[in-house]
Write a protein that binds this ligand. Structure first.
Ligand code: DHB
Length: 385
């Protein structure tokens, strides 16, 4: 097989890239180790930045998002006995949208179906070869296959094979805690997300729809989910989120999914070697606090698509040559923001750190300068920042 762009990975980054390339007349083939059912049902974050929504809309992918998504003006920041609303709209003139990654994935899948995009799911043994004249090999139903391409893009996440052919430097930070995430079939107890600092550990009250609540609890790294029966989860959420405080109530309901998510920061640079490029989690991982992962992947692809169009159709390599440096500016901004939100909100066991966290939270919640910094980063900086 031969194509212009071989895309490894059919998550949001890979499918969005194929969509943007096709709009400009560049052909691609996407390969994916998982099944379509798996990629369309795995639970991920659910917050879209303003610029992510604008990009999806301009690519013709905004209809269902506008209908079924929920625009939020801001978030609540809280610690025991105090809850403060940070209004992003008032502070920076833009908000965020609650719309699950699973929904973005389904919208992309349908749009690519309608366009006749070739996406090959359930492949095995994917290997990327020869960065100067690249090709990808894999097996499909036991048959060895070779895909030649002008360019290969790794959108294959942090454990995918593409990164191994892009030499460079890496930076990372692991955290001593994880998140226990649950989906519950119950109406959200709050109109906007609550980020709660608590001496027992962080808690987050998020949502997916008027009937589905998404909640997270800080737990020690390596926690066994079996230690957390549903009753214990609800009790911890009630304590940390302040059930009963100023009349606020956390409504319980059936938990339909639960899992433990490890937390780490990771960046690889550069995000390109020869004719092999990386986008999204293949090049960088952020801890979930602040919901930057999907938004960063979209921002990478928004820079990479026009760069590949210029490279392949006009033989102009300037944007492709600048891609890694440009993408990494935003990657490091979001890496810092995610680390900052994480370290401001999670209990680490050190009483001095706890006082610094509370002081920082009081400053963010009460100073326009403090709140604006959070709002600008959370609602998202412009693509190309
Ligand atoms: C969600 C995840 C996040 O990491 C976050 O900061 C906000 C919301 C979510 O899954 O809803």
């Amino acid at each position: 097989m031969r194509t212009q762009v071989a895309i490894v990975g059919a998550g949001p980054a890979g499918l969005l890239l194929s969509h943007l390339l096709a709009a400009d007349g560049v052909e691609s083939v996407v390969i994916e180790t998982r099944t379509r059912e798996y990629v369309e049902s795995r639970i991920r974050a659910g917050i879209l930045e303003h610029s992510t929504v604008e990009l999806l809309e301009s690519a013709g992918l905004g209809d269902r998002l506008r209908r079924e998504g929920d625009e939020h003006r801001g978030i609540y920041l809280q610690w025991p006995s105090e809850r403060h609303h940070i209004d992003f709209h008032d502070l920076v003139g833009r908000g965020v949208w609650v719309y699950g990654q699973t929904e973005v994935q389904k919208d992309l899948g349908r749009a690519r179906d309608a366009a006749g995009q070739q996406v090959i799911y359930d492949v095995r043994d994917t290997t990327v070869h020869d960065p100067e004249d690249p090709y990808v090999t894999f097996t499909l139903d036991g048959v060895a296959t070779r895909l030649d391409a002008d360019v290969v893009v790794g959108c294959d996440g942090s454990f995918g094979p593409t990164r191994s052919v892009v030499p460079g430097r890496t930076w990372q930070r692991t955290y001593a805690y994880s998140w226990l995430g649950v989906l519950a079939a119950v109406a959200p107890s709050t109109d906007e997300l609550i980020y709660a600092w608590h001496p027992d550990g962080f808690a987050l009250n998020s949502m997916r729809s008027p009937t589905v609540t998404r909640l997270y609890l800080q737990v020690p790294a390596e926690t066994d989910i079996a230690e957390w029966p549903d009753e214990r989860i609800w009790d911890a959420l009630a304590t940390r989120l302040g059930h009963g405080q100023d009349g606020w109530k956390l409504t319980r309901g059936p938990i339909t999914e639960k899992s433990v998510l490890p937390m780490r920061s990771f960046v690889q640079a550069p995000m390109r070697h020869g004719r092999v490029f990386l986008a999204g989690d293949a090049a960088h991982i952020v801890p979930p606090t602040g919901a930057k992962g999907l938004n960063l992947a979209v921002a990478d692809v928004a820079l990479l698509a026009p760069a590949l169009v210029a490279l392949l159709l006009e033989k102009d390599s300037r944007l492709a040559d600048g891609y890694s440096d440009r993408a990494l500016r935003r990657v490091w901004r979001c890496t810092h923001f995610s680390w900052w939100m994480t370290t401001m909100l999670h209990a680490g066991g050190d009483p001095f750190d706890a006082q610094l966290q509370l002081s920082q939270l009081r400053w963010v919640a009460s100073s326009v300068a403090g709140a604006t910094g959070l709002a600008e980063n959370y609602a998202g900086l412009p693509i190309g920042f």
